[in-house]
Design a protein around this ligand. Structure first.
Ligand code: IPD
Length: 264
C-alpha cells in the first residue's frame, strides 16, 4: 500500500509540476490574494495546482481525506490523509527564483508513510517511504539513495532557515538567527521549507531550524529528511508549527541546544 501511495504522489506531483511550469508566465507572476500578512501571497496558479492535485488523487482514492495549503479540505472515510502544498516557495515562484516545489505526502492513521517533492524550476525529484529510504531523481541522471553526511563540528555547520510572514514573529526569528550566526559556518534562507528539508537529506545543508511551518510545509520533506538519517525535533519532541529543528545525529544534540539558547 505504501508504494502505491508514493506512486500516486509521484505521478500526480509530476503532472502538477508540469502544469505550473507550463502556466507560469514570463517575468513576475500576479498575486491573486494575501493570507496571514500582506507579504504572504497566493496566486491563481497555486489554487489551480491544488485543485488539479485534489481531483487527480480523489478520482483514484475517493474515500481519502485531503489537507491542502489553499483550503477546501476534505474529510474522508478511509485512514489515509493527503497533505499537499501545491507550490511551496510561492514568493520564489512569483519572482522567478528557481526554488519552488510541489509537495505531496500521504499519512496513514496520522503517520506520514510516503512523500514526494519536485522542484518545479529544474525537475529534481525527492521521494521517500517510511522505512524504505529517501531518493533523489535528477533529470538525465540515475536515481540515488540519499544518506545525509556526518557533520564533524557544529561551528562548521551550514544551517538552513526561514522566516514567518508576520512581522512581529519574523523580527524575533531574525534576532535568534543573529545569535546563531557566530556559532555556525553560515545560514541560508532559500524560501521553500520542503526543498530545505530535501536539501538536508541530500547534504546541501547540515542543519535546519524554522518556526511557523504548517503541516503541508513539513509532511513530505520531513519524511525525506528522516529517511536519509536526519533527526527532526520540536519543542516537546515532535516538530510542529511552534518549532522544527533538524540535523544529522552527529550534531543534533548540540544543534538543538544551540537553537534553544539562541531563543527560537
Ligand atoms: C513557505 C516556504 C518558506 C517558509 C515559510 C512557508 P509557501 O511556504 O516554505 O520557505 O519559510 O514558512 O510558509 O508559503 O511558499 O507555501
Amino acid at each position: 500500500m505504501t508504494q502505491d501511495l508514493l506512486d500516486l504522489a509521484r505521478s500526480v506531483g509530476r503532472e502538477a509540476s508540469a502544469y505550473v511550469a507550463r502556466t507560469r508566465p514570463g517575468g513576475r507572476v500576479d498575486v491573486a490574494a494575501t493570507k496571514s500578512s500582506p507579504t504572504d501571497v497566493v496566486t491563481a496558479i497555486d489554487k489551480g495546482c491544488e485543485e488539479l492535485i485534489r481531483q487527480r488523487i480523489l478520482s483514484v482514492r475517493p474515500d481519502d481525506s485531503f489537507l491542502g495549503e489553499e483550503g477546501d479540505d476534505i474529510i474522508g472515510t478511509s485512514d489515509v490523509q493527503w497533505i499537499v502544498d501545491p507550490i511551496d516557495g510561492t514568493v520564489n515562484f512569483v519572482y522567478g527564483v528557481p526554488f519552488y516545489a510541489v509537495s505531496i505526502a500521504a499519512a496513514v492513521d496520522g503517520e506520514v508513510e510516503a512523500g514526494f517533492v519536485i522542484n518545479i524550476a529544474n525537475g529534481t525529484e525527492f521521494s521517500a517511504t517510511r522505512g524504505g529510504g529517501s531518493y533523489r531523481n535528477s533529470p538525465g541522471k540515475d536515481a540515488i539513495r540519499l544518506e545525509a553526511p556526518t557533520v564533524p563540528r557544529l561551528d562548521h555547520a551550514l544551517v538552513a532557515t526561514g522566516y514567518h510572514y508576520v512581522r512581529e514573529i519574523r523580527t524575533k526569528q531574525a534576532a535568534a538567527v543573529a545569535r546563531m550566526i557566530p556559532q555556525v559556518r553560515d545560514v541560508r534562507r532559500i524560501g521553500s521549507a520542503a526543498l530545505d528539508l530535501c536539501g538536508l537529506a541530500a547534504g546541501s545543508y547540515d542543519a535546519y531550524v524554522e518556526q511557523g511551518l504548517m503541516p503541508w510545509d513539513l509532511a513530505a520533506g520531513g519524511l525525506i529528511a528522516r529517511e536519509a538519517g536526519i533527526v527532526i525535533s520540536g519543542l516537546d519532541g515532535s516538530p510542529d508549527e511552534r518549532l522544527v529543528m533538524a540535523a544529522h545525529p552527529s550534531i543534533s544534540g548540540e544543534f538543538f541546544d544551540l537553537v534553544r539558547a539562541c531563543g527560537f
